[in-house]
Design a protein around this ligand. Structure first.
Ligand code: ZN
Ligand code: ZN
Length: 172
């Protein structure tokens, strides 16, 4: 959805408020994709803040289907987006042009803006619980459910390699 901001960027004292439904059905961070379980419309307010300048405020609640980084159990990731950005008319961009990737000329690309905000607010770790024990690197048992009794200190050397790869991918 593109929202034309030319009036609010050029008319002193002008404010516009909109509720916009989000089209996105998943969030893709480049390596993983997370399906959206529920989403509110985004509330946007754009207020003129002088010549070629406006303040954009937005909020939305979005919940994703995530998986625990340690045991892979499905865990919801609920994000409460609440942000404020100063935006400029395209003529005033200069070197900051790269900061306005969510604008297409005078139009605001709502989906790109929300994608940026999800990226900024994404949790560093997704855990089903703080003390999640993860899965056994030898047999794959979810250790929150039961102890499997494997000797994890001297794993099969082939499994140790897999364990390292698993850690590299998941223990960010
Ligand atoms: Zn877990
Ligand atoms: Zn085991």
């Amino acid at each position: 959805m593109l929202v034309n901001l030319s009036d609010v960027l050029t008319s002193e004292g002008m404010e516009m408020a909109r509720e916009i439904s989000l089209e996105m059905t998943c969030y893709d961070n480049g390596t993983e994709s997370f399906e959206i379980a529920s989403k509110s419309p985004i509330s946007l307010t754009v207020t003129n803040a002088g010549e070629d300048k406006a303040v954009l405020r937005g909020c939305a609640d979005i919940s994703f289907r995530g998986a625990c980084d340690r045991c892979l159990t499905e865990v919801p990731v609920a994000l409460k987006l609440d942000f404020e950005r100063t935006i400029l008319s395209p003529e005033a961009w200069g070197e900051e042009a790269d900061d306005f990737g969510f604008m297409d000329g005078f139009s605001l690309d709502v989906e790109t803006l929300v994608h940026d905000e999800i990226l900024l607010n994404w949790p560093a770790k997704i855990l089903c619980k703080d003390d999640c024990k993860g899965i056994c690197p030898v047999c794959g048992q979810n250790l929150n459910e039961r102890e499997c009794g494997c000797d994890t200190f001297v794993p099969d050397p082939r499994m140790a390699v897999i364990q390292d790869i698993f850690k590299k991918n998941k223990e960010v």
